[in-house]
Design a protein around this ligand. Structure first.
Ligand code: NI
Length: 258
């Protein structure tokens, strides 16, 4: 089994050929795709896609870039979406102190509110942390939520250990295939496979040898192969274990025909 634990199929980059993208993933051996909402409108679209495609699951939430769009009714609308079928997590939420598209104080406030909402909804969380390692981890710990994943993990081994001690998974993107990505390669080498998920974050972060093209879920195979090479394992084993980790985190029950 193989799962892309984090893609953005709802984004406009896939409007022209979404069905073909999903079919190519299936043909490449990707059993499930978790498509991740980044604001209310795209969360709705993600949930709709999960209703249309058997192998797609959805998450809901507001990305740190988009927190300026949160209005009076946004959280009520997200709560309603959370009750729908195949919604498996809250996120991606967090802090992005690299791009700083929303002011940092606003990011912190909305991240805190959304962690509380996720807790109330009993959903695992998907954390976006860019150049905000200490503060992201601190806020996760303060929330008391022990079920979640640091997506596109970009911390070092010290931070990885803290995330694992807290009960979180780390998600490995296609970045791991880049020659210069020594930090994530070192983390992958040192942490147990039982703590890792694989993701594309498509349409972004295209792995080698496709770098420069739009990313898509089929390419998660490249990430599985790189993780396998780093750990000295068969890639099928990496695929199977990380898929099971994903099913466990998101409490997905595999339909009996899989
Ligand atoms: Ni993402």
């Amino acid at each position: 089994m193989l799962i892309d634990s984090h893609a953005h199929l709802e984004m406009k980059e896939f409007d022209g050929d979404r069905k073909e993208v999903i079919e190519r993933a299936q043909a490449a051996g990707v059993d499930f795709i978790v498509t991740v909402g980044t604001n209310l409108q795209l969360s709705r679209k993600a949930v709709t896609l999960a209703g249309q495609y058997e192998n797609v699951y959805a998450t809901i939430g507001v990305h740190p870039h988009d927190v300026g769009k949160i209005g009076n009714k946004t959280y009520d609308d997200l709560k309603e979406l959370a009750g729908l079928k195949k919604v498996v997590a809250y996120g991606e939420i967090g802090l992005d102190f690299f791009r700083n598209i929303a002011p940092q104080a606003q990011q912190i406030e909305k991240f805190g509110e959304q962690l509380q909402l996720a807790k109330e909804l009993h959903l695992p969380v998907i954390i976006h942390d860019r150049d905000a390692h200490d503060q992201s981890l601190e806020m996760v710990k303060a929330s008391g939520i022990h079920s979640g994943v640091f997506h596109c993990f970009s911390g070092d081994y010290e931070m990885a250990k803290q995330c694992l001690d807290w009960g979180f998974y780390l998600s490995v993107p296609g970045v791991v295939t880049y020659d210069k990505a020594k930090t994530i390669q070192n983390v992958v080498k040192q942490v147990p496979l039982s703590s890792l998920l694989l993701e594309t974050d498509s349409p972004y972060l295209t792995p080698n040898p496709y770098r420069g093209k739009r990313n898509e879920p089929a390419y998660v195979v490249q990430t599985a192969k790189k993780v396998a090479a780093i750990k000295g394992l068969d890639w099928e084993e990496v695929a199977a274990v990380t898929a099971q980790n994903t099913l466990n985190l998101f409490r997905i029950e595999v339909p009996s025909n899989k």
